[in-house]
Design a binder for this molecule. Structure first.
Ligand SMILES: [Zn+2]
Length: 173
């Protein structure tokens, strides 16, 4: 949290409190589920993500700052529910069992956020386009792109599909 720009710190604190609330609820409901770690990022249109190999929940505090308390509650519980569902072997997507976990953690059970991404501060960065099995193109940042090339498997949060291949396409955005 200390290395975040100061304008995001209040939001990051609220995200952290919500994360602790989810952690307490999860410990009460599923005592054997090891808690994930929490990370923050500030740019882009994805509200959050869960990285299963490192068990990290990452939350976009730029979008959370715009979306407020409701967005924070729904996004943190969304990503936390992925960590719980995976540990309980309930699957990796947004199926019925994941929805149950999300609701048990106080979320809506919906998979997509409804925060406007209009005017979201974005650096001019290079995007690398990967493709899912069903043919959907997904832009990745340079760090994720490099990790994916080295074998890290990323999942698209709103459909639960894995990114399978780099298309070769990249551009400044
Ligand atoms: Zn998701």
């Amino acid at each position: 949290m200390e290395d975040l720009p100061s304008e995001y710190r209040d939001t990051a604190k609220n995200v952290w409190n919500e994360f602790l609330r989810c952690r307490n609820d999860a410990e009460a409901l599923w005592a054997h589920v090891r808690p994930p770690e929490l990370r923050f990022y500030t740019h882009g249109a994805a509200a959050g993500m869960y990285h299963r190999r490192t068990r990290k929940v990452s939350i976009n505090v730029g979008l959370m700052r715009k979306g407020g308390a409701e967005a924070i509650a729904n996004t943190v519980s969304h990503e936390y529910a992925h960590a719980v569902a995976e540990t309980l072997e309930l699957g990796t997507g947004h199926g019925l069992l994941w929805k149950k976990v999300h609701r048990a953690l106080g979320g809506s059970g919906n998979r997509c956020h409804t925060i406007s991404t209009e005017g979201v501060k974005a650096r001019r960065t290079r995007k690398y386009y990967w493709i899912t099995k069903s043919g959907r193109e997904v832009p990745m940042g340079a760090i994720q792109h490099k990790r994916a090339l080295r074998g890290t498997v990323y999942r698209v949060c709103d459909t639960g599909e894995n990114l399978v291949e780099f298309t070769g396409k990249h551009e400044l955005s």
